[in-house]
Design a protein around this ligand. Sequence first.
Ligand code: PEP
Ligand code: MN
Length: 279
Amino acid sequence: MKDLKLAAALPNGKRSVMDIGGVKVGEGLVVIAGPCSVESEEQVLRTAVAVKEAGAHMLRGGAFKPRTSPYAFQGLGLKGLKILEKARNETGLPIVTEVIDTRDVSWVGEYADVLQIGARNMQNFSLLREAGKSGRPILLKRGMYSTLEEWLNCAEYILAEGNSSVFLCERGIRSFETYTRNTLDLSMVPAVHAESHLPIFIDPSHGTGILDMIEPMSLAAVAAGADGLEIEVHIDPSTALSDKNQQLTPAAFAKLMDKIRRLRAFMDEMQATGGAGAL
Ligand code: PEP
Ligand code: MN
């Protein structure tokens, strides 16, 4: 793709691996799980312990929420970040949390192991530049109206600031289909692997917005060779302050993790015996 200097696939085919608090993103399958929003200490701590027990590698949770309505819950801000910090101290799970404002990047980075830039901000170029300067690993979600080329150019903005720890997450795009919340574009897994050395994750929660689709889309992402998944899990989804219809219970997440592990083991075995493509 023209104009890509740092995000483009390498001639030797090597892919980036980044060590985030001992978790190797880009090597094996990494699962990020946790609530849509940080709502209370109890909610986050109980969810964190449960997702860790189920085998998640990192904890997610939004303290700053980009909401469609200005009257909807906007997140707990600093208080939420302190709760996430406590959850990391208690579980050892690295923290993934969204930053939505250039003015917040450096101090949010003191609490987060990974700064997430969400779909709505994918092309916020000043935020991308600040994220690059922060030196923190960045999870860059795909904008809901963005092409692969636009997305990779946004990763390029972060890389161009000297920050080489960037990984991507497909979370669905807007299409004429309204049955699902978004149209999850799983073809981005092989597409990113063809065009870039950066790891590519799939978010089946925002990608579908439908509880019963989280499992099939997660397994399909693993089968496609995704480097990881980002899945919303809430201790009591019916009481969630955001995205209550798409968050798994810890029990459902544990069952899904078991299937994910078994599928991944099958994929690894198939690759070892020469049956699979370049995973
Ligand atoms: C999120 O992951 O919390 C989120 C808001 O996702 P997206 O930016 O993909 O909508
Ligand atoms: Mn959400």
